[in-house]
Design a protein around this ligand. Structure first.
Ligand code: UT7
Length: 331
């Protein structure tokens, strides 16, 4: 019998309608369009303005897009994983709510959180459930309402982040496509450089934490940038070496969209031509867990069955890694 691999067989996406442009940011903080485009590659990002909607809304919309496109009966889904750094609330699974709302009534579900690496790690987890044969259909959603934790008076963060959601379906494959190999890392000494300090168990909410704006994301941009450039390139190189792959073998680099310069530096280290590098940061900014599935959705028509992909991410924790993956269908 052929080896069973875990392939992506459908994708879906959702971004909110509201477009936050660099021009609008110029009215909020001391910044300008030229600086943002030159230093990050971002032209605009989408923001979920509705006060009564959280990350689950983005996740549900992305999943529904996939379900419609694939003509999938949600009752057939076995497991729903929501990769997110901005769950609807603490101590109630966002994934449980999402699964019920999309009609995945026969599925169990859970959230997976590892900052900007959440979706990447989700690919690893979902793939194992499929490879072992335990489940047949695993829906992995990456969604983040980053605007819920962004201080629009802090130019180090507000220019970067946006809101969005993307979904992929994992199913068994017997042609050798799908998940191939991974190299995943974490280093907890990096958590001081990128975090939302308050609101967790370490520093619960008080009047002081609110007054001191500690419920917003804080980052030491330069330190995160240097670590991201070095580490993402490093794991991409390692996954190529480990699998005896040359740069010519790779059809696409599917890298977390945190900063265009980080993605370009990774591609340079892999000696990849720019035409093989997926980029949509200009439209959405950094959507944390949604960047990679949004890339799959936006590039779906250009992806070909058998394409060799390197999927990579770097984020808070620090957490990072690279996955070697073969695309399984033509659309
Ligand atoms: O998803 C994973 C987590 N996040 C990341 O991967 C983000 C990683 N970091 C970055 O993307 C970049 O560090 C930033 C985009 C946050 C900042 O870019 P940078 O090139 O590292 O800028 P910098 O902090 O080194 O600042 C360079 C200059 C400074 O001015 P001087 O001292 O050279 O006169 C800053 O004051 O740019 C200034 N500056 C700004 N100017 C306009 C910093 N932020 C801004 C701004 N607008 N928003």
């Amino acid at each position: 019998m052929s080896k069973v691999t875990a392939a992506i067989t459908a994708v879906g996406k959702y971004v909110p309608d509201y477009v936050l442009t660099n021009k609008e940011l110029e009215t909020l903080v001391d910044t300008n369009d030229e600086w943002i485009v030159a230093r990050t590659g971002i032209k605009e990002r989408r923001i979920l303005k509705d006060k009564d909607k959280g990350t689950s809304f983005l996740a549900i919309k992305a999943a529904e897009d996939l379900i419609t496109k694939k003509d999938l009966d949600p009752k057939q889904i076995d497991l729903v994983i929501v990769a997110t750094a901005t769950p609807d609330m603490q101590a109630a699974s966002t994934a449980a709510y999402v699964a019920t709302k999309i009609g995945a009534v026969n599925a169990f579900s859970f959230d997976l959180e590892s900052a900007c690496s959440s979706f990447l790690y989700g690919v690893s987890v979902a793939s194992q459930y499929i490879e072992t044969g335990r489940y047949k259909k695993v829906l992995l959603i990456g969604a983040d309402k980053n605007s819920s934790m962004i201080d629009y008076a802090d130019r180090a963060t507000c220019i970067i982040f946006g809101d969005g959601g993307g979904a992929v379906l994992f199913e068994q494959n017997i042609e050798g496509n799908g998940f191939q190999d991974e190299y995943l890392r974490t280093d907890g000494s990096g958590r001081q450089f990128l975090q939302v300090p308050a609101g967790g168990s370490l520093m619960p909410a008080t009047k002081e934490t609110v007054k001191n704006r500690l419920h917003y994301a804080k980052q030491d941009g330069q330190t995160v940038f240097k670590n991201a450039v070095f580490n993402m390139a490093d794991v991409c190189e390692k996954i190529l070496d480990k699998n005896n792959l040359k740069n010519d073998d790779i059809a696409w680099l599917v890298a977390h969209q945190a900063n265009k310069r980080i993605v370009e530096a990774t591609a340079r280290r892999m000696k990849l031509d720019a035409s093989k590098v997926m980029l949509n940061i200009q439209n959405y900014g950094n959507t944390t867990s949604a960047t990679i599935p949004l890339l799959f959705a936006d590039y779906e028509k250009q992806l070909k069955k058998g394409d060799d992909l390197v999927i990579a991410a770097f984020g808070g924790g620090f957490s990072w890694g690279a996955i070697y993956f073969k695309w399984a269908y033509n659309s």
